[in-house]
Design a protein around this ligand. Structure first.
Ligand SMILES: NC(=O)CC[C@H](N)C(=O)O
Length: 196
């Protein structure tokens, strides 16, 4: 059997680390910058970076609507950090609260996430988290990370920091507020590819 083709949305962010993680779990990694590339993959990683920039570039590259359509049609997707924000149906942004236009997301995941949720003092930190049913903790690297503030009934919480979910799954969508790829953590990529 040939290796599954898994895309990495390559508009901005930590694309290379995800390409390496996908190769390490036996997938063929494909950079996705245009709709034809998106069509050629059977799963997708949306990396960490800056969600506002990624959303804007997705519009510029004609990818925004095709991404929404494939996600709605059941494409398996792993979103990390900014990728989690882009998958969320609703985005709460401390900078934009009470004013302005809400930030646009692709949606698909029935959660509300707050951007940059861990405050200024601890913009970046690492933590060992237990993931549902797995005795080995995950080394989680949080970089100006979001967290889930509301999760719908169909959302399975895989890990939390305090009361706040930071890794979730709903159907074919997996999302982490942290960066598994920068700690050499491969379980999420493996879980993505296992769906194929
Ligand atoms: N490491 C990250 O992906 C940070 C996410 C970023 N703070 C955003 O809002 O998009």
């Amino acid at each position: 059997m040939s290796a599954p083709r898994v895309g990495v949305l390559a508009l901005q962010g930590d694309v290379r680390e995800h390409v390496e993680a996908l190769r390490a779990v036996g997938a063929e990694a494909v950079l996705v910058r245009r709709a034809s590339e998106l069509e050629s993959v059977s799963a997708l990683v949306i990396p960490g970076g800056e969600s506002t920039v990624m959303a804007r570039l997705a519009r510029v590259f004609g990818l925004f609507v095709p991404l929404q359509q494939r996600i709605a049609a059941g494409l398996p997707v792993l979103g990390t950090c900014a990728g989690m924000i882009l998958l969320a149906d609703s985005i709460l942004d401390p900078a934009a609260d009470g004013e302005g236009v809400p930030q646009e997301s692709l949606g698909g995941l029935d959660v509300a996430v707050r951007r940059n949720a861990f405050g200024r003092q601890v913009e970046s930190f690492e933590a060992d988290l237990l993931i549902a049913e797995d005795p080995r903790p995950v080394r989680a690297v949080f970089i100006r990370a979001p967290r889930v503030e509301r999760a719908g009934p169909g959302v399975e919480v895989l890990a939390s920091v305090g009361e706040h979910p930071v890794a979730v799954r709903q159907g074919s969508l997996l999302a982490t507020a942290f960066h598994p790829e920068s700690a050499g953590e491969l379980r999420f990529h493996r879980a993505l590819v296992a769906q194929l």
